[in-house]
Every structure is written in C-alpha cells, then in structure tokens.
Design a protein. Sequence first.
Length: 97
Amino acid sequence: MKNIFTKEITEEVVARIEDLTSQTQPIWGKMSVAQMLAYCCVTYEMVYTDKHPRPNAFVRFLMKTLIKNIVTSEKAYVKNGRTAKQFVITDSKNFET
C-alpha cells in the first residue's frame, strides 16, 4: 500500500483528483464520481461539522478496540466490504458543487 504521507504519493493522488470529470467512470464500486467525492468528504464532515451524530461511548469503545486496527492496518480493504451508514451515498450529487 502506498504511503499517502510522502510527497510523491500525495502529488500523485492530487493529480488523479484534478483529472476527475463528471464523466469519469468508476473503477471500483458503483458510485458516480460525484458520489465518491461526497463519500470522501464524510470523514471531514464528522470532524469539522455537526452533520453526523457522534457515536455513544459504547460504540466508540467498539470502534477503538475492534475496528481501528482493521482500518489503519496496511492490509487492503476487501471489495464490497460493509461501511458505516454515514458513508453510504445513495442520492445523486452535483459534481461541479
């Protein structure tokens, strides 16, 4: 897995994002490019806004003990894996926005 914290990889990711258009076809999954960008923004919305409710203490404990190691490990995510409901983007999004 590539290290996003190196300059070269960061530049590669930024270049890929800048190449996106409203007509870009998905490579992995079924979301449109606009839905995928909305999906990527959910983490920031969780940190910087009150758009998504914070998990209660029990759920935070479960996330810390069970899920954190899976999410932060170097093992690649499995295709069609389950995701938290906050990250499920089903409505259409405007790419330009």
